[in-house]
Each structure stands twice: as C-alpha cells, then as structure tokens.
Design a protein around this ligand. Structure first.
Ligand code: SOE
Length: 384
C-alpha cells in the first residue's frame, strides 16, 4: 500500500466521530490500494477541535477550513459540518483540486446542490455524498436480488423512518430544528435516506404529493448538543422545520411509493424501515436489524412459502463481510461508514465514479424540494 491519501475532516462532533472511526478502520480491515492518513481535523472552536483530534486519532487540528482545503498535502476533504456550510466548503475544496466526501443532505437547496455538482465535475475530482445505508450488505443484497429479477416488476415502495428523540416538548431547540441551520427537519434528515434508497433500489422518483407537520411549535433554546442529547436555557424559540413528513410518490418505471419520516414515533429510536413488493416477491429491511434481509418469493414451493430471513453475513456471498468476521458474527451501524470510505478510496485509486455521488445528492435534493413545495401548495409536484 505505497500510495497515501491525506484526509482533512471538517467538523468533529457526532458525524466527525463516525467518519473518524471509518477512516481508522478501513485500512485495518480492508486491503486498500491507498492508505488514508488522518492528517487534520478542522473545527472553529479551538479547545473542542484540539481535544477531538487527540481523542479521535488525527495527526493535527486547525480552526480555519479555508487554509486547510488549499494545502498541497491534502488529497481528500470530508465535510461533516452543519448543512449550511456543505456547499461553501465542498466548492472551495473542489476548486483546490481535492476529492470531496460530504455528509447528507448534500445541500440546503437545489441551487446549492447544482453548484456543488458543477464544481466537482469541472474540477474533475471524485465526489461522494454519504447516504451510508446503501453501504450495508443487506441493501447490496436487495439490489442484487432486484437486478436478478427475484421480485419481478416492482409495484410498491413503502418506507418509514421513525425516531423519537424530540417527542418531549421540552427537548431543546437544537440546530436540527431550525430551518436556517438544517434546511428541513425529518424530511431532509431522515426521508433523505429513504429517498436515496428508493432511487437506488426502485428507480427515479418523478412526482410527489407531500404533507408536513410541526407538532411542537416552540421549545427552550439549546445551549449545547452532543449526539442527539442537548441542554437548554430558560428562553424559548420557534421550531421552524417539520417534525413529521409524509408523501406519496410515482417512479419513472410505473412503481408507486409511500414515505413517512418522523421524530415523533415513541419507541422507535432509528427505525429506517422499508418494504418493496414486486410481481414475483417482496423484500423488507429494518436498520435496527441490519444484518438481516427479509425475502419472500412467489417462486418457492407452496408448502414452504413465507418470508425468509437471510443473515447477510456470509463471506464470499455478501458484500464487505469477508473483511470483518466469520459468518454470523454481525456488524453494526458504523460499518456502513467504513464501507463508504473503502468505496471512496477505491473510486480514487481506480479512477471510477464514487457511489452515491453528488448527482445522487442532487437527485435527492430535488425530491426534498418537491415535497416541500407540494406540502405548501397542496398539489402534486413533478420532478423535472
Ligand atoms: C439523527 O436523526 C440521525 O443521526 C441522522 O442525522 C442520520 O443521518 C441517520 O442515519 C440516523 O439519525
């Protein structure tokens, strides 16, 4: 592994921890053509970024991303900042000739996402948006089964993405609940994942009819946030994003879909769940059981027909698992980030497109935008 790829990670909180872990694990478990070097961690607050760099294993830290993205020794810029700065940083990094890896949702708006696509394509750098659930072995198996025709012609996509971390009305008003900081709420944070999975597994979404609701209109203003925990002050402020969003969708191949995303589903911590029904069978998945894929085949003999649970842990059969543990020795949520890093490094070293890339990010952004417009107007919105 002669080649080295020096990485700069911009942002160091929840996602910073997940991405740092992925860069650390990737060369340990996978045989890569290039070694990612955790060169510099960037954050605006010096004490915080310094402590995070030491804890997460970065060689150094910096407080200004502008100086870092133009450094000649940096090859890859990974962006895990709040959504408002994705575009600015990604465009600066692309213009400086760096490969760009960015958290989801790609941008705050369709126009920002378009500018980002233009910048990376003009610069000729590799680009990737971290819709990490694609990088689970079960999702890759679902894709393979669909491509092999195992479920036939797809009729239905049915997804729910259920969380409950803000159901308490006194949960603080964190950045994720402010439109100016997050873009949208459950829609951009959660439904964006379902949209990307639907694009990957079913096909392009062409029209949507949406409904968005904010149940708790005001909350105590947050003073700090760590992961999905936060502390608050006495002062209150308005919630300006959706707490829950539902939408109907049409796909270009004739399939129809329903999507639900909410942070108000008590008991569901991270229920990224979907089912796909086709002429020959069905597939079902729940991220809280991410080592399993449910498959029903109409081709099975009648006396054994029923959903089967496939343990997606067989080396040689299921993607990426060879690199980890023997069959049945399950993997977790964080592994999807490592797989994304592995694929991104391969895209760079083998000069092939990364997946999902900024165009996929833009495609998801177009749907997010269409859902918001549809919810505001009460009309179906077509995606061009
Ligand atoms: C919080 O809602 C969150 O961490 C999202 O931001 C992630 O994208 C999702 O994968 C899990 O939940």
């Amino acid at each position: 592994m002669a080649q080295k790829l020096n990485v700069a990670l911009i942002g160091y909180k929840f996602m910073g921890k997940a991405h740092s872990n992925a860069f650390r694990q990737a060369p340990v478990f996978f045989d890569l053509d290039a070694e990612p070097v955790m060169k510099v961690l960037v954050g605006r607050e010096e004490a915080g970024v310094k402590a995070a760099a030491a804890k997460l294993g970065w060689e150094s830290y910096a407080t200004d991303y502008r100086e870092v993205v133009s450094r000649p020794d940096i090859d890859v810029v990974d962006i895990v900042t709040g959504n408002t700065s994705h575009a600015e940083i990604a465009i600066a990094a692309a213009r400086a000739g760096k490969h760009v890896f960015c958290e989801k949702p790609l941008a705050m708006s369709v126009s920002e996402a378009r500018e980002m696509v233009q910048a990376v394509e003009q610069a000729g750098v590799k680009h990737c948006v971290n819709f990490n659930y694609r990088k689970l072995p079960a999702i890759q198996l679902a894709k393979r089964l669909i491509d092999e025709g195992a479920i036939g012609r797809i009729f239905h996509w049915r997804s729910v993405y259920l969380q409950d971390w803000i159901v308490d009305p006194d949960f603080p008003l964190v950045w994720r609940l402010k439109k100016e900081d997050a873009g949208s709420g459950a829609l951009g944070d959660l439904a964006a994942h379902s949209i990307d999975l639907a694009h990957f597994l079913v096909g392009d979404i062409t029209a949507v009819s949406g409904l968005m609701e904010t149940f708790i209109k005001e909350r105590p203003i947050a003073t700090s946030m760590s992961g999905l925990e936060a502390t608050a002050s006495q002062e209150r402020g308005p919630v300006t994003v959706d707490d829950g969003t539902l939408f109907l969708a049409r796909f270009s191949n004739g399939a129809i879909g329903t999507f639900e995303a909410t942070r108000f589903a008590p008991g569901h911590r991270n229920g990224n769940i979907f089912e796909i029904n086709g002429s020959e069978g069905s597939l079902a998945f729940n991220v809280e059981r991410l080592n399993e894929l449910q498959f029903y085949s109409r081709r099975d003999a009648g006396h054994v027909q029923g959903f089967r649970t496939i343990s997606v842990t067989e080396g040689g059969e299921h993607r990426w698992v060879d690199a980890w543990w023997p069959a049945g020795h399950i993997i977790g949520w964080e592994h999807s980030f490592t797989h994304q890093v592995v694929d991104f490094i391969e895209a760079i070293t083998q000069d092939k497109p990364a997946t999902p890339d900024f165009r996929d990010g833009l495609k998801a952004q177009l749907v997010l935008d269409a859902v918001e417009r549809s919810a505001a107007s009460g009309q179906w919105v077509t995606i061009g």
